[in-house]
Ligand binder design. Structure first.
Ligand code: 13P
Length: 253
């Protein structure tokens, strides 16, 4: 059985004070109310990594992650943050390849393969995002595109390494739109991704990979989505910014 994971992607939101309040409210609610053993991850803006990590202390339920890192290890890259920096701060997870990075910052599969490598080299666990835009879904190209996104950034890895990656399927048309993929649409694509990994690496490797769904996950739809056999939890944007809503999402896992 794969452990369920519910990761909140705070994106570029909240002041430091608001971030501290949000983290402390969710931490309290999770401790008091959440019965299951889903792993919770707060993927917070870079400046909040240490304060929120320090606030969490040795909380065994909730881990912390970054939202991006550079493909370079060090050097003259003003404004960038490297994987070794994250590692040195004790940050275990990093989101890579979010559709907003692909769309607004021109990140492509080749660049993301480099980011995956540098993150893994420094012991970080990548949460690798993939997903199709609306026009690709409408022209029925979604499965081919998502398979290509997985291949081009992950299929150079060894079986032992790809097992440790977290994949997040986030259809672009469902992100921040309130239009969630149906549980069937999510399950279908997750099964396609898992089958694609199995075809290259074998079923036991594919069975070990956590595949999260992202795109307008909320308290009302989380349970149904997370109950799908190939959906191992969620990567949650808007709903992760509200403590009560996010706690209810976690309860759905
Ligand atoms: P929303 O949950 O706001 O749709 O965002 C999803 C997302 O992009 C998580 O990475």
């Amino acid at each position: 059985m794969r452990q369920k994971i519910v990761a909140g992607n705070w994106k570029m939101n909240k002041t430091l004070e608001e971030a501290n309040i949000l983290a402390s409210e969710i931490t309290g609610m999770v401790a008091d109310e959440v019965k299951g053993d889903a792993k919770v991850i707060f993927c917070v803006p870079f400046p909040y990594l240490l304060p929120i990590k320090n606030q969490l202390g040795n909380n065994g339920r909730i881990a912390i992650g970054a939202q991006n890192c550079s493909e370079h290890e060090a050097g003259a890259y003003t404004g960038e943050v490297s994987a070794p920096m994250l590692k040195s701060m004790g940050i275990p997870y990093v989101i890579l390849g979010h559709s907003e990075r692909r769309q607004y910052f021109g990140e492509d599969g080749k660049l993301l393969a480099k980011k995956i490598d540098v993150a893994l080299k420094h012991g970080l666990i990548p949460i690798y995002c993939c997903g199709e835009p609306l026009e690709v879904r409408e022209s029925n190209g979604h499965e081919a595109l998502v398979k290509k996104q997985v291949e081009e950034s992950l299929f150079h890895l060894s079986a032992d390494v790809i097992k440790t990656i977290v994949i997040a399927y986030e259809p672009v048309w469902a992100i921040g739109t309130g239009k969630t993929a149906s549980a069937q649409q999510a399950q279908d694509m997750h099964a396609v991704i898992r089958k694609h990994i199995a075809a290259k690496y074998g079923q036991s490797v594919a069975d070990a990979v956590a595949i999260l769904y992202g795109g307008s996950v909320n308290a009302a739809n989380a349970k149904e989505l997370f109950a799908c056999p190939d959906v191992d939890g969620g990567l949650v944007g808007g709903a992760s910014l509200k403590s009560r809503e996010f706690t209810e999402v976690i309860k759905g896992a």
